[in-house]
Design a protein around this ligand. Structure first.
Ligand code: FES
Length: 115
């Protein structure tokens, strides 16, 4: 089974096997999602807003909630991309938070816009 995911604001779309995390889907698609701790729930740089499909991702766990407490601009649909598995064969729409985008650019200087 395959989950489809679209990353905003860039509109990058990809398909991944059900069970894949948002972080891994972003990495495979080249979406600008930060991942400072490598996906072990030890930071909040993979902070995303799930705009469609939030009911069909793996449930929020206590340790993820603790890390989200330290994130910026937390909203009801906030999740950590590395802890959120796409569980259904459907389309998900995910907005990458500003802090996550910035973390990605900090980790990948070559991807920064030229000025
Ligand atoms: Fe660090 Fe997700 S990459 S918590």
């Amino acid at each position: 089974m395959t989950a489809r995911i679209r990353f905003e604001p860039d509109g990058i779309e990809t398909s991944v096997p059900v069970g894949t995390t948002i972080r891994d889907a972003a990495e495979g698609a080249g979406a600008q999602l930060g991942s400072a701790c490598g996906g072990v729930c030890a930071c909040s740089t993979c902070h995303v807003y799930i705009k469609e499909g939030g009911e069909d991702v793996s449930p929020l766990q206590d340790n993820e909630e603790d890390k989200l407490d330290g994130a910026f601009d937390v909203r009801p649909n906030s999740r950590l991309g590395c802890q959120s598995e796409l569980l259904k064969d459907r389309l998900y729409v995910v907005e990458i938070s500003r802090e996550s985008r910035q973390a990605f650019l900090d980790e990948h200087p070559a991807a920064r816009p030229k000025v």
